[in-house]
Design a protein around this ligand. Structure first.
Ligand code: GLY
Length: 424
């Protein structure tokens, strides 16, 4: 089998390292990949959003299966285009990827099918959105861009001034382009946040182990929102009782709702959840593996990933018994100084061997390139230093010990990933 993985980040590296465990796969190709992924897959220089270029490549290079990982190509219909050429894919069709691509769609879906989420209103006019927020006078107010905005389209206003600024940024200045043409204004929810990724073939849904992201750039959840600065799995907040409620009240109803809408979802459905005092509620859906959640979830998977992906495509997921290691996993992101704003690239990374790895941990490459045998920084999030342990403390200690030995100029990382959970 020749498998093509679309994407270029730490998440794709984690997927590829797991796929490598399958003995039927002769070759993994990654488009476009990065310097570290090149040690595990052949990288080809096709943009992840180049739908036709990717379908052409898959057709003319005897690709047997394609894993489309990032949100943009899924929203653009890459799975539709490749499957139209007769090549099976892991990932939803465009009409199902809308569950992430439009916040208005997903909120309306939840309202229609009684899936718990924060109360909300939708606006396509900046004046009306602001008038509603000011009239309501309840802070924090959550203002979300309807469309894809690199994970940065959710603004939380603590007061009237911030609300004015948020509406201006999204709807007047169009900082996220057309993504902010419509916004959702919703109630602020409180409680621990948990990410649950789930495999689904559109008939059954199999949640993976839970995880927890750390979105803010700095310790104590301060600073700007990022793509994610580190993760742990499993989350101690996701108890068996919570999991049972989520399955009954959220996961199965979402699969059924998508089927009822004629938008059957196959692939990885990501539930961003908040465990509120009133029970678990959906913060957001994503139509794909999370990044960096995948980096801590897949190392805990015992069952073969490729077999699961094929079953999701074939509609046979119900025949599998998916098993997980009874361990914990932690991932600390090493980022370029300045990220998520502007940052320099091209600094040499020390502490890696010739395969871009480091003894005792797994190093997932997010933004690196390989030049003259040296790994150089080439993105905002650069590396995900990831360790397994028999418990969370052990995993965190191993990851942080390696963080001290791997680095580059102006490196920034959070020192408190999983910190609040250490002794729970
Ligand atoms: N870690 C959040 C996301 O993947 O969207």
């Amino acid at each position: 089998m020749r498998v093509l993985v679309v994407g270029s980040g730490g998440r794709e590296h984690a997927v590829i390292r797991k796929l490598k465990e399958n003995k039927d796969i002769e070759q993994i190709i990654c488009a476009p990949g990065n310097g570290g992924i090149a040690a595990d897959a052949e990288c080809v220089n096709i943009k992840a959003t180049d739908v036709i270029g990717m379908a052409d490549y898959a057709t003319s290079n005897d690709i047997d299966f394609v894993v489309v990982t990032p949100d943009d190509p899924l929203a653009l219909g890459m799975v539709d285009a490749i499957e139209a050429r007769g090549i099976p894919c892991f990932g939803p069709l465009k009409n199902a990827a809308v569950i992430e691509a439009s916040k208005v769609f997903s909120k309306n879906l939840m309202k229609k099918y009684g899936i718990p989420t924060a109360a909300y209103e939708v606006f396509d006019d900046a004046g009306k959105a602001l008038a509603y927020i000011l009239e309501r006078n309840q802070y924090p107010a959550v203002i979300k861009a309807d469309g894809l905005a690199l994970g940065k389209g959710v603004l939380i206003a603590q007061n009237e001034e911030e609300a004015r600024e948020a509406v201006k940024e999204l709807m007047v200045d169009h900082s996220f382009g057309t993504a902010g043409n419509r916004v959702v204004v919703e109630d602020f929810m409180t409680g621990p946040e948990v990410s649950v990724l789930a495999f689904t073939d559109g008939k059954v849904i199999c949640p993976m182990v839970s995880s927890m992201d750390h979105k803010r750039a700095n310790d104590n959840d301060e600073g700007l929102n990022t793509g994610g600065m580190g993760t742990i799995a499993p989350s101690p907040f996701y108890t068996e009782a919570v999991a049972g409620r989520c399955m009954k009240e959220i996961f199965e109803p979402t699969v059924a709702a998508m089927n009822a809408e004629g938008r059957t979802f196959r692939g990885c459905l990501y539930f961003g959840l908040m465990i509120t005092p009133d029970g678990p509620k959906v913060v957001e859906y994503n139509c794909r593996f999370g990044d960096p959640e995948t980096q801590v979830v897949l190392p805990l998977l015992k069952t073969d990933l490729f077999t699961i992906m094929q079953a999701c495509h074939d509609g046979t997921l119900g025949d599998l018994n998916i098993e997980w290691r009874d361990q914990a996993c932690a991932c600390v992101i090493e980022a370029s100084g300045g990220y998520p704003q502007s940052y320099a690239k091209g600094y040499e990374i020390h502490g890696l061997d010739e395969n871009g790895q480091h003894e005792g941990v797994t190093v997932y490459h997010a933004g690196t390139k390989l030049e003259d045998g040296k790994y150089l920084t080439n993105g905002g999030r650069v590396l995900g230093i990831t360790a397994l342990g028999n418990n969370l403390n052990e995993a965190l200690d191993k990851a942080y010990a390696a963080v001290k030995e791997i680095g580059f100029r102006d490196m920034h990382y959070r020192t408190d990933i999983g910190g609040k959970l250490r002794n729970l």
